[in-house]
Design a protein around this ligand. Sequence first.
Ligand code: PLP
Length: 343
Amino acid sequence: MANVLSHAFASDNAAPAHPKVIDAIAAANAGAVASYGNDPATQRAAEVIRASFDSPDAEVLFALTGTAANVIALASAVRPWHEILCSDVAHSLVDEAGGPVRLSGAQLTQLPSDNGLIDPSVLDTAVSRRGPVHHSQPRIVTITQSTENGRVWTPQAVKDFVDHAHDLDLLVHVDGSRIANAIAALDVSPREAIADADIVTVGGTKNGMLMGDAILVRRPELFDGIHFVQKQIGQLASKQRFVAAQFEAMLHDGLWLRTATHANRMATRLSAGLSALGLTLSCPTEANEVFVDLEPATYDVVSASYAVHRPDPLRPAVRFVCSWATTEAEVDQVLELLASVST
Ligand SMILES: Cc1ncc(COP(=O)(O)O)c(C=O)c1O
């Protein structure tokens, strides 16, 4: 019989939706309400997101995917002669099929990073060609919390970075597709995890929702037209109450941080187990993603049983992602498989 690949560690997108999210969708499925976000659930969800991030003046929009949320945020910040800055591993750069460039017309420029963490001084070089009409003009920098490689910006690091960007007249977007994992890992307030960023993608899908990410627009005056961008790219859901109800269920009593804490704990368990087997982590485990270097033969055994992402096609290193639904038994099972190959 053909081996059935386990998707337990393929991605937090592979996880099921949390039962409380499904309950919230069912509860929202009553009667006719206003469409396109003019419904009570949308108002409540926006309020709980604003309150969670201590951003009373923010506007909140919803999108169906994280890519869409990022594209809407970035495209509404720039004009076609602008430049969007991002890390060399940014999802916006590597995994959005050029969406931010296509939808904004702006140039996307990668900055060197340590697994997605960018040193603020890098921005000085990035803005040094600003001015002459020959160059795209740096306008916004996007960072990811937690990063694509599972690193977490500490509150001080993110504050220093955002403050420096602002000093250089750059706006800051945070791709918070895994913001809850970062907040839980740091054990700080949501606001501390984003510092004074201007606009934030607040992830929902990876953290237990059926689907949906939010956009927290902390300085609406700088993102003129964002509602039109959202509409143009088909991300203003007519039945938005069902996306909003999920966010309300996740955030109103802290469920989003409990699910993220669990995912992080499973990643810590996996990471410790891999290290105990003598395997080398490709980068530190700080949230819910674990990256490990494998020998080619070990890689073949793992990939015969598990669907795992291989960030660099040229290296047999893999990424394991833990989710709210990952169990200790699943972690121990993959460790047992690796122990059997390593011995
Ligand atoms: C860091 C990061 N940002 C954004 C996204 C986009 O999410 P989606 O797949 O929902 O478009 C992902 C998805 O993997 C991601 O890892």
